[in-house]
Each structure stands twice: as C-alpha cells, then as structure tokens.
Design a protein around this ligand. Sequence first.
Ligand code: DQQ
Length: 537
Amino acid sequence: NSMLSWQRTAFHFQPEKNWMNDPNGPLFYKGWYHFFYQYNPNAAVWGDIVWGHAVSRDLIHWLHLPLAMVANQWYDQNGVWTGSATILPDGNIIMLYTGSTNESVQVQNLAYPADANDPLLLEWTKYSGNPVLVPPPGIDIKDFRDPTTAWYTSEGKWRISIGSKVGKTGVALIYDTEDFINYQLKSEALHGVPGTGMWECVDFYPVSKKYQHGLDTSDNGPDVKHVVKASLDDDRHDYYAIGTYDELNSKWTPDNPDIDVGIGLRYDYGIFYASKTFYDHHKGRRVLWGWIGESDSELADVKKGWACLQAIPRTVSLDKKTGSNLLQWPVEEVENLRLRAREFKKVEVEPGSVVPLDLDAATQLDIVAEFELDKDALMKTAESTEEFSCKTSRGAAHRSALGPFGLLVLADDSLAEQTPVYFYINKGSNGTFKTFFCTDQSRSSAANDVNKQIYGNFVPVLEGEKFTLRILVDHSIIESFAQGGRTTITSRVYPTRAIYGSAKVFLFNNAIETNVTASLKIWQMNSAFIRPYPNIR
Ligand code: DQQ
C-alpha cells in the first residue's frame, strides 16, 4: 500500500514485508554479523513464527537470507520461538531456542550450523534428539521459554537461564550442562522478583566496573558487575538491574533491592521489548538488540503489509560516573550514514518560544544537542513540591519554572504535528534538582488510531554536566538518548503531514523562569542498504 509507504524506515532493520518480533541468536562469525528474528512469513500480525535471518558487515547494511529455521518438527510445530547463540571456545556455534510443540508445550531445542565453513550459516540442523529440555515439575507448560547464551562455570560446565514464573513471581531458572544435550536444573533460580509475572527473554551478562569495553558472557572477577534483564509479559517492558553474581551458589543479588528487576530501571521508556545482548568479539563490545513494535492499529499494519522494526543496535556498558545505571549508545557504525551536517551554536531560546532550525527534509537525521540554563534562574527558582511524571504531567505544553525545553521533531510548519523530546527540571524542597526526560506523542499524528501517550523517566544529571541529547529520526521512529545514554526513549510515530520535505525540527522552551541556550549538530542520514536475497536459479 503506497499510501503509507513513507512510514517505512530508511536505516533501521526491517524485513521487506510482514511481521517481525524478537531478536534471536545474534552473533559475529567469520567476518559477518548474523541476525535472526521472530518472523511471520504469512501476515503482518504475530503468528506462524519462524526464524528470519540476515547478515551484515557493520550492523547497519544488511543482506536478507533465506529463513534459518521453520516449524517443521513436532517439537516446534506451533512456533520456532526465541533463542540465543553460544560460541564455544573451539569456534563451534550452539543455538538453543524454544519450540512450541504440536500440543503448545514450551520446550527447549538445540540446533547448529550444518556447515561451519559457510560464513553465511545458511543451513541449520536441528538436533535429532530434540527437545533437550521440557518444563520441569511445578512449572506451567506455557511458562518456560527463551534460553539465554550460556556462560562457563568454574566447575567447567556451561550454565544457561530460562525465563518462567512461579505464582506471580517472575524467575530466571538455571541449568548446568556439559554437552548442551543433558542438563541439570539448579534447585534455586538465579533470581526472582515477586509480583513481576512471567519473565520473557531473560538476559544475563557481565559489565566492567573499570573499562569502557564489553565483556564476554563468561567473564567474571572483582572488577565485574552482572546485569539481569527480564521482559515483563504483563507490562511489555524490558527491565534490568545491576548486581553481583555469586558464581559458586549460582545466585545473583541486586545492588539496590528497591530497583530490582521489573520494579526499577528500564532499558527504554518508550517501545522496546524482548531485547538481547551479545558479545561482539570483533570489536570488543557488548551490543544490545531490541524489538520495536508498532503503536498504530493492527488494521493499519495489515494495510501497509508490514509491522515492527529493530532498534539501531546499542553498545551497553556500566555508567562509571553514577555506578547505578547502564549507558546505551547507538553503535558507532551508524555514524557512517551521516551526510551533510548543520551546526547551530549557542541559540538562545527564550521562555515560551519556538525556534525553527533551518534544515532540508528532516525525516532521516542524527541530532546531537546540548542545553544550558541560566545559572541565576536556577538559583532564584522557588523550591517546589510538585510530583512530576512525564506520563501524567500534561506533556510538552505544560509550563513550569524550569521546563519543559528541548526539540520538536517530525513537526510540520504549522506545528499541528510535532513530537517534542524534552527535559523537565524540578527544584525540590531541599534545593536539589531532579531532571526528567520525556517524549510527548500527543500531537505526533493527525491519525486517531495511534498511541498518543507521553513517555519518559528520571535521568541522572551530575554536578557540572550540561543537558545532552542524541536523537535518531527515521521516518516513523524516534530513538532518543539523554545524558550519554543513561535514559533512552524510543517512540513510533505516524505523521501524516510532517513527512519527507515537510518534516521540520524546532527548538522550544516552555520554561517560565529560564532562558535556554542550545548548541546542536544535525546530520542528514543516508539510507542503509537492506538488500533482498538474490534469487539465483
Ligand atoms: N516472543 C516469542 C517468545 C517470547 C516472546 C514468541 C517475547 O519466545 O517469550 O514469538 O516477545
């Protein structure tokens, strides 16, 4: 349907048609990044799930490959569901995935490349003895899925985690194995949090306390923290927590129990789900893939013939300055798409004003911005007892002493359509500042069958720091990163007027008591090559 074709993205990974969901088994092999994904080859809605497959040299330009695995066995007849790759020390690849059986029981299956010499890993062999794991006693047959990448134990075994729930407690079950065929269930879970419900797509990985580079999944030691991530089926968000992994007792403990998995930090405060990291040994970094769903109607998806994207892969590392959150940042390769840049230096944005930025078409952009406020205003502003929340505090049109201020992206000339991405600062009763980072979708589209929520959360801003922002705009997706990636917000928007040459960017300042000084660099972004598999006869 050409009517909605402007919504297709230009540098985000998406199949040519139909439905995609979770990232699966990402890995780097013989010079290629491999990406597998949950895919419905038959329709633009979830169902008939198989594994799509694509390869890339740089995580940005992609070549689609034939389906890697289809539902052709009794143990995956109702779906080849989510799984993860483990690269063994000898270079062999182990793929573990969930199958929904002919009776819709969730089991774990083993697969491996049919030809390890093929850098494209086109053919996959399912192990003849599948399934290798069935739901253990006490676990519902529909609550046992999404095996992680394995990590090595000091006993010389491999350990994996599988998400589940016990009552309303979300849990990360763990198993040890020597051969990926026989497994021993640990009597206690790696971790669990009451009230969080089913944990989908558990992820578990180390981050360095000292270095910026990423760690291989089995790395451990005194300078290492461990992250547990769960995708909460009940509220459809990815939550993580940072903590300590006690290898011998196979237990993980959060640093701060008040922000445990599922009740504290999220990777992203917009749409971002079922994510998975992998260790990229090629560049020594940990890379995060996340599924970005649609927020329009299912009918609209069916009309346009496709649904869902993947976020630009993000490097993840521990924030050494705060020690209490991760930093997420688009992989550096995306910067190779940057074309012409425009710089705007120290633009004054007065209280209650909107300033247009002179750009050409503003549908494919990489925006880097920093904002400073009046020091005097910060001092003089009265302390407030307001309980601010992005979601409920009336969005970007709300006016308060120190915010909101930021950018309007995918906006048309009349500002009838606009998506504000902004900061909001609250001066608390003890004179301390608390900063929020939000995206307001309430005026993002003239269409009425789309989500118009306001997203966002608190973002740590340390003494002496400016307010910094990075935004990737790609037709119908806005990925925003505040303070170097401490808080991120991804949003799907469906402008009807702010498209192609009619899309603009503005600065805005709805603060009452302070000027905002903005400095920005904005690049036009090239499209990525995302090529179909050549049909060779
Ligand atoms: N998607 C898969 C499941 C997983 C869910 C099925 C998360 O394996 O739990 O498509 O989005």
